[in-house]
Design a protein around this ligand. Structure first.
Ligand code: HEC
Ligand code: HEC
Ligand code: HEC
Ligand code: HEC
Length: 177
């Protein structure tokens, strides 16, 4: 015997399921993450990322090394070349439909590693990792790094996950782990 309450509950679950599956997660850009992740007490991830080469990855495509490589390999402008942008720019990696408010100038941005933030961006959701994951948050791992840290990169250096993670670490000292 299904009670009225039971039917209501089933309807609610079906409705929520639809909302979640019909939803496409969009990029919101590092400026939005900065609103909360810029506090020294919780690790100021934004300032750490600004010092991290990932935030400079777009500028790198206009560096002398990039221009020299482009000249030798018949590339007109590496900063406009899809073959380079696919690893140096979160904006260009994203399908145009889900670019949201992310800027092309952000390089390899927060949301490359943590997932497009439109649906998980509220603190209540982010405090609950399981929920955040159903709403688009990615917990970064080695496989994710290897999407770009591989030999398709003309400037490839041997990738060591532990050493490389330590170089870009931005932990929250206040987080209970
Ligand atoms: C309105 C404030 C706010 C905004 C905007 C925000 N965050 Fe958060 N975020 C939080 C809070 C609060 C936590 C929980 C901190 C804790 O308890 O460790 C958190 C936690 C996280 C975590 C850790 C989650 C886990 O379980 O490992 C990541 C990663 C994260 N945020 C990334 C982002 C990214 C990327 C953006 C931008 C797309 C963003 N946040 C935008 C407030 C915010
Ligand atoms: C979307 C592609 C992409 C992903 C994913 C990515 N990286 Fe990178 N990474 C880059 C690019 C591009 C650079 C070079 C930035 C520059 O100097 O312009 C870089 C540079 C670095 C550097 C600096 C290396 C040096 O020579 O000082 C470290 C450290 C690093 N990445 C660690 C990581 C780790 C750890 C992960 C996974 C958690 C990761 N990266 C994921 C693209 C990526
Ligand atoms: C498969 C992903 C990928 C592609 C494709 C890619 N890059 Fe990179 N690039 C990276 C990563 C990752 C790094 C950081 C390597 C490291 O330090 O370990 C990097 C570093 C660089 C550097 C810095 C080298 C240094 O040590 O200072 C330059 C310059 C560069 N890339 C230019 C380009 C150009 C130009 C193109 C297109 C012709 C390109 N990249 C294509 C991923 C890529
Ligand atoms: C190149 C990939 C990469 C980029 C770019 C990146 N992160 Fe992270 N982030 C990581 C990794 C890896 C971890 C550690 C995950 C774990 O706990 O194992 C992490 C952890 C975090 C945490 C959790 C810290 C903790 O100790 O609980 C927060 C919050 C966070 N990142 C926010 C950001 C924000 C905001 C930005 C942009 C300003 C950003 N990240 C850019 C890879 C990245």
């Amino acid at each position: 015997m299904i009670t009225k309450k039971g039917i209501l509950l089933i309807c609610m679950i079906m409705f929520l399921g639809n909302v979640i599956s019909a939803q496409t997660f969009k990029y919101i850009g590092a400026d939005k993450c900065k609103l909360c992740h810029n506090k020294p007490a919780t690790g100021d991830q934004y300032a750490k990322w600004l010092k991290d080469p990932h935030s400079q990855a777009i500028k790198t495509l206009s560096s002398q090394a990039s221009l020299d490589y482009a000249k030798k390999n018949g590339i007109a402008d590496p900063a406009k070349e899809a073959k380079c942008l696919k690893c140096h720019s979160t904006f260009d990696r994203a399908d145009a439909k889900i670019r949201g408010t992310i800027l092309a100038s952000e390089g390899v941005s927060c949301e490359t590693c943590h997932g497009p933030g439109s649906s998980y961006k509220s603190p209540a959701i982010m405090k609950n990792q399981a929920m955040a994951k159903t709403l688009g948050m990615i917990v970064p791992d080695k496989a994710l790094c290897l999407e770009c840290h591989n030999k398709d990169n003309p400037f490839f250096k041997e990738f060591n996950y532990e050493a490389y993670s330590a170089k870009i670490a931005h932990p929250n000292p206040a987080a209970k782990k």
